[in-house]
Design a protein around this ligand. Sequence first.
Ligand code: NAD
Ligand code: TYD
Length: 349
Amino acid sequence: MNILITGGAGFIGSNLVLHWVKQHPEDTVINFDCLTYAGNLINLKEIENAPNYHFVKGDLRNPQDIASAFQKHEVEGVVHLAAESHVDRSIAGPSAFIQTNIMGTFNLLEVARDFWKEDLAAHRFHHVSTDEVYGSLGETGMFSETTPYAPNSPYSASKASSDHLVRAYHHTYGFNTTTSNCSNNYGPLHFPEKLIPLVIKNAIERKPIPVYGDGSNVRDWLYVKDHCSAIDVIYHQGVSGETYNVGGLNEWKNIDIVRTICRHLDDVLQRSGDDSCLNLITFVKDRPGHDQRYAIDASKIQNDLNWNPQYTFEQGLHETVDWYLDNQEWVRLVTSGEYQAYYAEQYGR
Ligand code: NAD
Ligand code: TYD
């Protein structure tokens, strides 16, 4: 099968492309990505010459880019991850979120509808989404697949909208869709603007670690490789038209996770006393509209598709911290204009 993975140069996308190229050598993976600040081909160095992997620089905001990729690579299935993904950026500037997450998903669905019109049901379209579409929880309860949508940020509103479009294409046109709504991911190749990689980066560099508000907000963390295995299972075994929540029953208050990372880095880097990473923690002004708590009930994917996370949080977090310690050059490159300029020149239009 020729599978188009959108957003394959981003955090989850590159972990998924690496997973798919190795686990499914019978498939050809076409990575469709426009390489925003969050998309980095350096993530995929180890498979860039694999016979079953192709990169296409294309923008979901441009239907012609999508149609060319479908035509050239005879796309038979889609796993859609490309998105603007950072809540803080969506607060500062929502426009790109509307253009890519809503219009981009619409463009992708329309091109697929045209190319697959002879037999829409024969082509799987898997849409990767977030638990943030369900809004915010109080101290108790969990999100299930039947929780009403109540997105609170421009990011989550744009993802909710894309979920609804995918749902509508299933019901109206008979698209063979599945959607996954996953909790917060962490792991290697995570752009250092989100909480966990930012804490690790700043701690290593002895910079202030910003904690929003009082640090009591709760997130439910899943190792990215477990998310990839869930997407794989849903793509291959999920029932058309269904949505699946993905999570690992791993809730943490932000301040507790930040302190855990600091203590682990203190051990590894042999820092203590005044030099402890804990001293870098700095409480800063809260994010506007900050969702208090997310928690995922993943019993549907566990019961129906027999998926379970394979990593404990301790394993995943230690692997992640080790990865950032071993890959400080990656952090330097992806946060530098020099690197972005190099790829703009290589793949620029
Ligand atoms: P990311 O920001 O790291 O990567 C996004 C990728 O999409 C980048 O490679 C970027 O270049 C590409 N992209 C952006 N706009 C594009 C466009 N117009 N055309 C083509 N490519 C474009 O994001 P991520 O954290 O890997 O998230 C991937 C998906 O998973 C998103 O849909 C996100 O909503 C969803 N998700 C993320 C998390 C999480 O914790 N990160 C949790 C649940 C769901
Ligand atoms: P983030 O990684 O941005 O993911 P999301 O907002 O999609 O859940 O943030 C995770 C949590 O950490 C969230 O409650 C906001 C908080 N946070 C901080 O306290 N400091 C930071 O510098 C960042 C980026 C996030």
